[in-house]
Design a protein around this ligand. Structure first.
Ligand code: NAD
Length: 388
C-alpha cells in the first residue's frame, strides 16, 4: 500500500480558453508591473500575430512598458539565464513575462532565481533550495506540453557538463498563467507530437508514482483519456480547435498531477538524453517510456491494467499482466502513430550509457519511481530502448 500524500498545493491562477491572452495587459497592470522583461525566442518574437505580438498588443493597450530577452534556446542553458539577468538589469525591469513552451518558462524562472537567490544556479539544483521569492512572473503558454507555466520545476542545462538539472521549489510557480489554445494552432506536427507525448509521460508517471494521491490520480486519469483521444487528431490537423483545446486541458491536468505526485525514471533518464545530445525533451520521454514502464510493471501491475483501460484498450477477460502489457503496447503504438524517433535516432551513443545511468539516478525526478533500480539496471533500460 502506497503511503498517501494528502497535501495538495496549486497556488497559482490559470486563465484557460480561446482569447484569454487578450487580458494579459490588464492583469499585469493589476499586479503593479511597471516594466516586465518578456522572455522568449526570436522565432516566436517575430511570428506575425503570434503569441508574443498578441502579448505586446495587450500590454500596449494597458499602457504597460516592457523589454525583451529573446535568445532562449530549446533545453535552455545556464548562459541564457545569465544573459537574461543582464537584460533585466540593463532595462531596469521589475517583473517577468515568459512567452513560449517549457524552455521560455524555465529560462524565465532561472532568471528570476539568479536575480534573488544568488548568481550560480547550478548550486541550487534540488528540492526547496530557494530562500527568497522570485520577481513577479506571468507565463503565456504556447505548447501542450510541459505545463511549466503552472509547475514548481525549472529545468536548465549546464552547457559545460552537459547535465540537465532541476530546481524544484514552490517559489518557482508563476503568479498567473495563460493557456490560450488559439496560440497553439500553428505548432508544427513534430513539436505537437513531442509535447503531447511529454504530457502523456507526466500523467503515466504520476499515476504510478509512489507520491500519488486520489487528487493526482483524478487528474492523471483524465489527462491520459484526453491525450489518447485527441493527440492523434491534433497531429493530423493542427487547426482542429477542439483537439488543440483538449490537449491544452490535458497538459494542464497532467501538470497539476506531477506537480504533486512527481515523476520517475522516464524523466530522470530523458533529462540525460536531453542534456547530453540536446534532443527534444518530449521525444526523449516518449522513446524511453514503453521500455521503462514495462520494467516498472511488477511494482504496480493493476495500475498498468488501469492505464490500458484509460487508453481505450479492451481488457475484458485478460489477467492483470496481460492487461498491463496492453498499456505498454498502447504507449508504443501512440509514439509510432505520431512519429516519435527512437533513442538511437535521437543521437544516443551506447558508450555513454554508464555515465547517463549514473546521472539519471541522481536526477531530482528519480525518487518516486515505483520500482528501484541500480546503475546496471538503468544501463540495461537505455540499451533496450536503443535497440528498438
Ligand atoms: P520548447 O519550449 O523548447 O519549444 C520548442 C520550439 O517550439 C521552440 O523553437 C519554439 O520557438 C517553438 N514554439 C513554441 N511554441 C510555438 C508555437 N505556438 N508555434 C510555433 N512554434 C512554437 O518546447 P517544450 O517542449 O514546450 O519545452 C521543453 C523544455 O521544457 C525542456 O527543456 C524540458 O526539459 C522542459 N520541461 C519543463 C517542465 C517543467 O515543469 N518546468 C516539465 C517538462 C519539461
Amino acid at each position: 500500500m502506497v503511503q498517501p500524500n494528502t497535501d495538495f498545493m496549486m497556488p497559482n491562477v490559470n486563465f484557460f480558453g480561446p482569447n484569454v491572452i487578450k487580458g494579459i495587459g490588464e492583469r499585469a497592470k493589476l499586479l503593479g508591473m511597471k516594466k516586465p522583461l518578456i522572455v522568449t525566442d526570436s522565432f516566436l518574437r517575430n511570428l506575425e500575430n503570434g503569441p508574443v505580438k498578441q502579448t505586446e498588443a495587450s500590454l500596449n493597450a494597458a499602457g504597460v512598458d516592457y523589454a525583451f530577452y529573446d535568445n532562449v534556446e530549446p533545453n535552455p542553458k545556464v548562459r541564457n539565464v545569465t544573459e537574461g539577468k543582464q537584460a533585466y538589469k540593463d532595462a531596469n525591469c521589475d517583473s517577468i513575462i515568459s512567452v513560449g513552451g517549457g524552455s521560455s518558462h524555465d529560462c524565465a524562472k532561472g532568471i528570476g532565481i539568479v536575480l534573488t537567490n544568488g548568481d550560480d544556479i547550478t548550486k541550487l539544483a534540488g528540492i526547496d533550495t530557494l530562500k527568497n521569492p522570485l520577481p513577479p512572473l506571468l507565463a503565456v503558454n504556447t505548447t501542450a506540453g510541459t505545463a511549466s507555466e503552472i509547475t514548481r520545476h525549472a529545468v536548465i542545462t549546464n552547457e559545460e557538463t552537459k547535465l540537465k538539472f532541476v530546481v524544484i521549489s514552490w517559489r518557482n510557480v508563476p503568479l498567473v498563467s495563460f493557456n490560450d489554445p488559439l496560440l497553439m494552432l500553428d505548432v508544427p506536427k513534430g513539436l505537437t507530437a513531442a509535447t503531447g507525448m511529454d504530457a502523456l509521460t507526466h500523467s503515466v508517471e504520476s499515476y504510478v508514482s509512489e507520491n500519488r494521491n486520489d487528487i493526482t490520480d483524478a487528474q492523471a486519469i483524465q489527462a491520459i483519456k484526453l491525450i489518447s483521444e485527441y493527440l492523434p487528431q491534433a497531429v493530423a490537423d493542427g487547426h482542429n480547435v477542439e483537439a488543440r483545446t483538449k490537449m491544452a486541458e490535458a497538459s494542464l491536468l497532467a501538470g497539476m498531477a506531477f506537480n504533486n505526485a512527481n515523476l520517475g525514471y522516464v524523466h530522470a533518464m530523458a533529462h540525460q538524453l536531453g542534456g547530453q545530445y540536446d534532443a527534444p525533451h518530449g521525444e526523449c520521454c516518449a522513446a524511453l517510456m514503453p521500455t521503462v514502464e514495462k520494467w516498472n510493471m511488477i511494482a504496480s501491475p493493476q495500475r498498468f491494467a488501469d492505464i490500458a483501460r484509460f487508453m481505450g484498450e479492451n481488457i475484458d477477460g485478460l489477467n492483470v499482466w496481460e492487461a498491463g502489457q496492453k498499456a505498454i503496447d498502447a504507449l508504443q503504438r501512440m509514439s509510432d502513430l505520431v512519429g516519435i524517433r527512437t533513442v538511437k535516432q535521437l543521437g544516443a551513443k551506447p558508450e555513454d550509457f554508464e555515465l547517463l545511468a549514473k546521472n539519471a539516478l541522481l536526477d531530482g525526478n528519480a525518487g518516486p519511481n515505483p520500482r528501484k533500480g541500480t546503475q546496471a539496471d538503468i544501463v540495461e533500460l537505455f540499451k533496450e530502448a536503443y535497440n528498438k
